[in-house]
Ligand binder design. Structure first.
Ligand SMILES: [Zn+2]
Length: 504
């Protein structure tokens, strides 16, 4: 006879649900499978002592206890309760069939008292609640609050003693439902003004406008310039322009962080991820292991936040090319080990790069010894399709204090971004003047721009016009100034834009 039930132990790899199976056969020995013998002996000793204290019979016979997933389970302390229930199921004290749909956990004292374990993380398999059908979750205090949100609503029952669990399964005891505290209501509130990156920016008016346009449309931005021109600082400051996370965003983000084992505080601060350039494409996109487990990558960890790729040219070719999908869509197909899954990522990608290997390109020919060939080879690390997918190309040069515009108040800028975005989301009619159209056509024919580049050019011009005309009109009119501005932010459309007359 076989009795199966579901359990939970923080020691189960990747916080998966533990399937506890107990098979009774002839003889007198207790066999175990999937767990260390010593751990199972300690557990069985505690359980038998508790049975005696609670007045249950000692259940004799030969059993094989199997716990899966079988990989690396060392500590089964909190599986005491499901193992005990499976034994009582064999003895006919509780209905064995019902146990199949019961999820329980708890370390058992010798008197039958149940305890939770420190560092509980909710199991991830329960994220898809109906994948494993569950009638009730029997959990002691401590476990209850943490695991309750992952079970079916209203079925997490407070079970602090073995007798309570048995009484419930025999049908003569009702157990109190553990109410889920809304942790989100007690979240840490993010104050973007408290961070210092924005205040430290020294930008020219064009750079400032480019950042605002990128923030309004969450457009992928490539910032290119010499070392010391504030590229990385700009990337970090852009994070302060993001809206706070909503409850649903937070719930979506929690899963990759939990799966990866990275602590994720309950806050509405959107994530910012800054992977090192030695990151692999699997590190960026995530991977699926041979056993089918998903390991999220940086893109998933930056969901609803900012992915900042510093020194993009230094990333591996694989890594750079892996960005093709994510730069264009809010999702990508992850295929590994014969399996695939669609990852949806709503993040904003900002990359920075030096234009040449020495990093002093803008400082003049005396400082930068790089030849035309070297600069060309360096920039060729970014393929045409990748560059094209970045909507804005912003060149940074050191801004003299006299040329920099005073950094506008962050709150005012955030308000302006939100209101412009809301207006654009309402899809007001957009017109462009004949002169503006002529400049667009000229840009396209002169640089043989693709449809994608043209799309980005028009989008930038449209957002520029929307920012300038907000509250003045009901329609957006794209004029010459808007298109000329947009054209300045598509520098890679111009072949060899970086070339200077003095270069060798
Ligand atoms: Zn150089």
């Amino acid at each position: 006879m076989l009795v199966s039930t579901l359990g939970y132990s923080a020691a189960v790899p990747n916080n998966r649900v533990a399937h506890v199976q107990l098979h009774r056969t002839r003889g007198a020995r207790f066999h175990v499978s999937g767990i260390p013998l010593t751990a199972s002996r300690s557990s069985i000793s505690r359980i038998y002592a508790a049975f005696e204290c609670c007045g249950f019979p000692r259940i004799a016979g030969a059993f094989t206890l199997h716990i899966r997933p079988t990989d690396q389970i060392k500590d089964i302390t909190t599986l005491d309760l499901p193992i005990a229930l499976a034994l009582l199921g064999h003895a006919g004290i509780i209905p064995a069939d019902a146990l199949r749909r019961i999820f329980s956990a708890g370390e058992m004292g010798l008197d039958g008292q149940l305890q939770s374990q420190e560092g509980t993380k909710p199991p991830i398999e329960l994220e898809v609640p109906f994948e494993i059908p569950i009638d009730a979750l029997l959990l002691p205090d401590g476990f209850g609050q943490k695991i309750a949100p992952w079970g079916p609503p209203g079925r997490t029952l407070r079970t602090n003693h073995l007798i309570e669990a048995v009484g419930y399964l025999q049908g003569h005891k009702t157990l109190p439902v553990i109410k889920q505290k809304k942790e989100w209501n007690h979240r840490e509130r993010w104050n973007p003004c408290a961070e210092t990156h924005w205040k430290s920016l020294r930008l020219s008016p064009i750079q400032m406008k480019a950042l605002i346009i990128a923030a309004v449309g969450r457009l992928p931005l490539l910032i290119i310039g010499s070392s010391g021109t504030g590229k990385s600082l700009m990337g970090r400051a852009l994070h302060q322009l993001l809206p706070p996370l909503r409850e649903q965003h937070f719930a979506e983000l929690e899963k990759p962080y939990r799966t990866k084992g990275i602590p994720f505080p309950i806050t509405d601060r959107p994530p910012i991820r800054k992977p090192h350039h030695q990151c692999t494409s699997a590190g960026l996109l995530g991977t699926i292991t041979q056993s089918g487990a998903w390991s999220p990558g940086e893109l998933s960890l930056a969901h609803h936040g900012l992915l900042c790729l510093d020194e993009l040219c230094e990333f591996s070719r694989d890594c750079i090319e892996a960005l093709r999908g994510p730069l264009e869509d809010d999702g990508f197909l992850l295929s590994r080990a014969g399996q695939s899954r669609i990852e949806s990522t709503a993040n904003w990608i900002v990359a920075t790069s030096n234009p040449c290997p020495c990093g002093r390109f803008n400082d003049g020919p005396t400082s930068c010894p790089c030849t035309k060939g070297q600069v060309q080879r360096y920039l060729q690390r970014l393929s045409g399709p990748i560059i094209e997918r970045f909507a804005l190309h912003l060149e940074t040069t050191a801004v003299a204090p006299s040329d920099s515009s005073p950094t506008p108040d962050l709150l005012a800028i955030r308000d302006r971004i939100t209101s412009t975005r809301t207006w654009l989301n309402r899809q007001p009619p957009v017109y462009s003047t004949p002169k503006a159209n002529a400049i667009i056509q000229n840009h396209v024919s002169q640089f043989r721009s693709s449809a994608r580049s043209l799309g980005h050019l028009t989008k930038i011009a449209q957002i520029h016009a929307a920012i300038e005309q907000y509250n003045q009109r009901k329609t957006i009119e794209i004029g010459v100034a808007d298109v000329e501005f947009a054209s300045q932010l598509r520098i890679f459309d111009r072949p060899r834009w970086w070339e200077k007359p003095e270069m060798q």
